[in-house]
Design a binder for this molecule. Structure first.
Ligand SMILES: [Zn+2]
Length: 450
């Protein structure tokens, strides 16, 4: 039954509403340079595992902040990776990378120390061919739309180039304002000043700052953006009196906020962003609960996004209440919430999403973007939130080559889950077929207005 359901969805186009691919790839359409810098160097799932087993990041070609020496030879990096391939047994990385090697590059042997050079050279030869350029792969992967993640200060030149190029691939920007709403991020005041210069608004006043953000949101929307994304440390929201907002903003600019005040400011900004979403229609995503850069020594040497982000318990019921009190009943708002705290699925998130019209539940995310993680997600949320308060799958990836494998995994897991419900006479098979298509394709387009 699962196979029958899967046959109905396996060839549906990919809708990728949230991810971290580089728009320059599709604007410039240059060949990817080599196997290691495509598949190993940018993949934090890969190098965090190797690092945990004692492989230094320098040996994997991860650039150091001080410009110090790191391995640059693709073959040497690939060999080291092959030598440690067994570490990925039982992990989704093993499945994504295997499927990428087989389906994208047509490799028919297992990665071992002996096959490493052959596989490396085969991939390198593929990358030199026109059908492995970014746009050709985008078309081969049958991606209907792909959203990137972009800073509000980004002029979006690559997105403009893509739109003006006449290429029919649809790549849209995503508005990610963390760097200009988090007063604890170094350089906050400079970036806010930059926002003012870009928009002609007095961004050193609370109201001018909000107008500057609204203006950048409209600019993003003019280039196809349909959503915003907020990577806050917690899900905390606030709805504070104006005088307190102004005082917090002044303190944010001078860098004088206490950690608790910075949290109040970030929480207020989520509510402000929800208000702007109701005005401009951008769908809002909240990705809380990661303790970023948990390993200070690694952060010092290599910077952010190096596999050292660790989940922390996250509260939603109390934290979201100020925002929901104000906008939770407004059907013009779509707030899609994610979690790294699985204990919140059944206890908090499914009940919230199963009640508030503005709230939807994002898919199993990051550490739970895996067969078992997706299954636990469906098991814990479906009975309370149903399927239709969820929003389909998103790959959230920098690893472009793995996008088909990731979406395929989600489709397989969902079909298996649905088939089980049919076998238990809790769903009819035609309903399951309809659901399979909704989960793979319709829900995501609807939720993200794509
Ligand atoms: Zn993301």
């Amino acid at each position: 039954m699962a196979r029958r359901l899967y046959e109905q969805v396996r060839r549906l186009p990919i809708v990728s509403p949230h991810g971290h691919t580089d728009p320059a790839w599709f604007a410039l359409d240059r060949p990817f340079s080599d196997p290691a810098s495509l598949l190993i160097v940018p993949d934090h799932y890969v190098f965090r595992m190797l690092y945990s087993q004692g492989v230094p990041l320098e040996a994997l070609g991860v650039p150091r902040r001080d410009g110090g020496a790191v391995e640059l030879d693709s073959r040497a990096i690939w060999r080291l990776f092959a030598k440690h391939w067994h570490l990925f047994r039982g992990t989704p990385s093993r499945l994504w990378l295997t499927q990428t090697m087989v389906d994208v590059f047509g490799i028919d042997e297992r990665l071992t120390i002996d096959s490493a050079d052959r596989i490396h050279d085969h991939i390198a030869a593929c990358l030199a061919r026109p059908e492995f350029r970014p746009r050709a792969l985008f078309e081969r992967f049958d991606i209907e739309v792909l959203t990137t993640t972009d800073d509000p200060r980004d002029p979006l030149r690559h997105h403009q180039t893509i739109r003006q190029s006449g290429w029919k691939g649809r790549v849209t920007p995503g508005f990610r304002p963390d760097s200009v709403v988090d007063p604890e991020a170094a350089g906050f005041a400079d970036r806010v000043a930059q926002l003012g210069e870009m928009t002609g608004e007095r961004s050193d006043t609370w109201s001018g700052y909000l107008r500057a953000l609204a203006s950048r949101r409209r600019y993003f929307a003019s280039l196809g953006a349909t959503s915003t994304d907020h990577g806050h440390p917690t899900a905390q929201t606030f709805d504070l009196p104006r005088a307190e907002c102004e005082a917090l903003f002044a303190g944010a600019l001078t860098g004088s906020l206490s950690p608790a005040e910075a949290e109040r400011f970030r929480g207020q900004m989520l509510t402000e962003m929800a208000r702007l979403s109701i005005e401009d229609g951008l769908v809002m995503q909240l990705h809380p609960g990661a303790w970023r850069n948990h390993n200070p020594r690694l952060f010092e040497a290599f910077g952010a996004d190096k596999g050292a982000d660790i989940p922390v318990p996250t509260n939603y019921v109390r934290a979201l209440k100020p925002l929901l009190d104000r906008f939770g009943n407004d059907p013009r708002l779509t707030l899609i919430v994610f979690t790294l705290d699985e204990s919140a699925y059944a206890r908090e998130l499914a009940p919230l999403a199963g009640h508030y019209p503005a709230l939807r539940l994002g898919p199993a995310w990051w550490f739970f973007d895996s067969p078992d993680g997706m299954r636990r997600y469906r098991e814990q949320v479906t009975e309370t939130a149903g399927f239709y308060n969820t929003v389909g799958f998103n790959d959230d990836t920098r690893a472009f080559m793995s996008i088909p494998a990731r979406h395929d995994m989600a489709r397989r897991v969902d079909c298996a889950f649905l088939a089980e419900r049919v076998a238990q006479h809790r769903l009819d098979e035609d309903e399951a077929g309809e659901l399979a298509v909704d989960l793979a394709y319709n829900l995501v387009r609807r939720a993200y207005k794509l």
